[in-house]
Design a protein around this ligand. Structure first.
Ligand code: UD1
Length: 417
């Protein structure tokens, strides 16, 4: 992506449905043989990968601009192959539903990724507590249980994926399952709402204690995916970093309170509406300190974008990452654009500078890529970002949406730049 920086963003931008809500709900369709119709679906690489995985398992998946209909009556396989799991870790979300419905599931171990080791031990311990027998062979995890049993599970850490996997598995288990220290992310609530519409009995989603009473079967569903809070936050930071004025629409401000609080602390003017947020930039941003935390704390998925913004602040900020190890790859790339960032393990100190200057940089993961785009929009001159394919995993029509706000950016094929 080639960005000509220095243009103030102005206008209105619609956000898409949440990728991280859509993926587990797509996996949940494995729990029922009925038709599942999902709307407000973002058109993203990760969603395509999940479609591919479900199709490979034997489901019929029809995707039609923003709507997907999935029917899993014809499932004839129970394994998620390495080829797909390595492309997208969220593939492990099929483990719980497949096991609960078919008594056996095999999922390739995800391995390391660009933002730390990301194991799935919490998912597996929970399934074992529900009576599953877990074995590891040739890099694949196999889980077996003729009938999962309800259990009381206390997570060591409120893992989003483990909470989702176990909540799905528990819907068809015998008896009651209680998940303590569960993740409270809005995507968990969206999954619980979808499962409830399928006939599941769930209480407490959105709190740290979720109770699931198992039922014998689940039916199909119709469900609208919640707006993407991370895409929303990314466009707000785009407005802030370019000294712009942008209204982000089709969103839900309630899901972004920690992000809005930090944006306000940087001095940005924020106006919240029922389904929209308007940011009017006040430059330069004031320095702030950020600590990433599980929801409702500051989201790790907004950390990179904020680090980019703080690189232009009028003083020194700090950012502590507590969710993932190795999630500061973007900091080194931001330095290439002139940012002054000192990395010390999972803690960075950002000394604000007056301006950034365009340079060639390399994207390393999805949110790091977004941070580089934001920095490129603010930098003087041309920024070339390589390995931009990461963005296709999480930002629908990014180039078009930013272009309509006045950004000058162009995507070129590898080799052209
Ligand atoms: C989800 C989101 C991701 C977001 C993250 C944290 C999806 C598809 N992805 O990822 O965008 O950044 O939540 O908000 O929704 N961990 C373990 N063992 C486990 C599971 C997790 O040690 O069994 C660790 C991870 O390595 C990581 C931390 O817990 O350090 C958080 O992981 P988790 O909450 O599970 O994130 P994901 O569900 O993978």
């Amino acid at each position: 992506m080639v960005i000509q920086g220095g243009n103030r963003l102005e206008g209105m931008v619609p956000v898409s449905g949440s990728k991280n809500a859509a993926l587990p709900i797509m996996a949940a369709t494995l729990l029922s043989a009925g038709d599942c119709r999902l709307t407000n679906m973002p058109q993203l690489k990760d969603i395509q990968t999940m479609c591919k995985l479900l199709t490979e398992l034997g489901a019929v998946v029809k995707f039609n601009s923003g709507e997907v209909v999935i029917n899993t009556v014809g499932i004839n396989k129970n394994n998620a192959p390495y080829e797909l799991v390595k492309q997208m870790r969220a593939s492990v979300l099929v483990l719980g539903p497949l096991l609960a419905r078919f008594g056996e599931a095999r999922v390739s171990l995800p391995g390391g990724c660009a933002i730390g080791s990301r194991p799935i031990d919490i998912h597996l311990e929970g399934l074992e507590a529900m009576g599953a027998e877990i074995t590891l062979q040739e890099g694949d995890i196999t889980a077996r249980a003729k009938q999962l049993e309800g259990a009381s599970i206390n997570f060591d850490f409120p893992s989003v994926g483990a909470t989702e996997n176990l909540m799905m598995a528990a819907t068809l288990a015998r008896g009651e399952t209680v998940l303590e220290n569960a993740a409270r992310e809005p995507e968990i609530i969206d999954l619980a709402n979808a499962l409830t519409m399928m006939g599941a009995k769930i209480e407490g989603a959105g709190t740290d204690s979720i109770k699931i009473r198992g039922v014998n079967t689940l039916s199909g569903l119709e469900h609208r995916i919640i707006p993407d809070r991370i895409e929303t936050g990314t466009y707000l930071v785009a407005a802030a970093i370019t000294e712009g004025k942008v209204e982000v629409v089709n969103t839900d401000p309630v899901l972004l309170q920690s992000v809005l609080k930090k944006l306000k602390q940087t001095g940005m003017e924020i106006k919240q509406f029922e389904r929209a947020i308007r940011l009017t930039a006040k430059f330069p941003p004031q320095p702030v300190d950020i600590v990433t935390m599980p929801y409702p704390g500051f989201p790790t998925d907004m950390q990179a974008q904020f680090t980019a913004l703080l690189s232009l602040a009028s003083g020194t900020s700090t950012v502590r990452e507590t969710i993932f190890e190795d999630r500061f790859m973007h900091a080194l790339e931001l330095e290439r654009l002139g940012a002054d960032i000192k990395i010390d393990g999972n803690f960075v100190t950002v000394h604000g500078t007056d301006s950034l200057e365009g340079a060639p940089v390399m994207a390393t993961d999805l949110r790091a890529s977004a941070a580089l785009v934001l920095a490129g929009l603010a930098a003087e001159g041309i920024t070339e970002i390589r390995r931009i394919y990461h963005l296709d995993r999480g930002y629908e029509k990014l180039q078009e949406k930013l272009g309509k706000l006045g950004a000058k950016l162009e995507r070129k094929e590898a080799g052209e730049v």
